[in-house]
Ligand binder design. Structure first.
Ligand code: 5RP
Length: 226
């Protein structure tokens, strides 16, 4: 089975948990796109009263195009359930979200949610975080070379995320992303705490102790990890 089939399968399985009158956090990414399409179909066919809360401009555009009713995070009291993708997930259900432009908003929506589900294909499961993808940190442009040097001195192997050799990649909030190429993150909580204390770093892509259930698309069907 190809990876897109696995993503779609995971997305549709999570969708079964959405009930009428729920406020749903809508994550970002290609797997989430399948979920949005399935959600739009359910809203239309079952006449569901659902409100979506977006985590990115990309998701807002997609949700609007699919006529999913939306509200801003600040305009809802709480979120019942957020469904999002992930870049990597370890066996303790800790994850890296690597979109860069979206992880700050994704984390704000996630921590405002009663429940969080992640939808992934099985290539996202790893023994140790950092194995396949870098860890993004969002930094304010002012003084960012100083932050970069601090990260390098700490042995965190940073690189600025670039669109091309002359242009920095910008987040929604017009900040830079520094990717940390770590190969393995043996102590994610320790690293998360250290990053959280660094002046100039706004948010990092470690999502720890956030997810409640993971839906994994595999050759054998969807595995629901709780
Ligand atoms: C965006 C993310 C994505 O959810 C993550 O990268 C998974 O994306 P995809 O479903 O396209 O593989 O973290 O910030």
């Amino acid at each position: 089975m190809d990876v897109e089939d696995k993503k779609k399968m995971a997305a549709l399985a999570a969708l079964d948990h959405i009930q009428d009158h729920m406020i749903i956090g809508l994550g970002t990414g290609t797997t989430v796109q399948y979920m949005l399409e399935g959600l739009a179909q359910r809203i239309q066919q079952e006449h569901l009263n659902i409100i979506g809360v977006s985590t990115s401009d990309r998701t807002t555009k997609a949700a609007n195009a699919l006529n999913i009713p939306m509200k801003d995070l600040d305009d809802v009291g709480h979120i019942d359930l957020t469904i999002d993708g992930a870049g990597e997930i370890d066996k303790h259900f800790q994850g890296i979200k690597d979109g860069g432009a979206a992880h700050e908003y994704e984390k704000m929506v996630a921590i405002s949610s009663d429940k969080n589900f992640w939808i992934v294909d099985d290539s996202k499961l790893v023994d140790t975080l950092g194995h396949n993808i870098p860890l993004p940190v969002e930094v304010v442009p002012y003084g960012s070379t100083k932050v970069f040097r601090r990260l390098a001195n700490e042995g965190l192997n940073p690189s600025f995320r670039m669109v091309d050799k002359d242009h920095f990649y910008f987040t929604h909030e017009h900040n830079y992303v520094i990717d940390l190429h770590l190969q393995q993150i043996n102590h994610p909580h320790h690293l998360a705490l250290w990053l959280a204390h660094q002046v100039g770093i706004l948010e990092h892509g470690l999502f720890l102790d956030i997810v409640d259930e993971v839906f994994v698309g595999t050759d054998q069907g969807v595995k629901n990890l709780v």
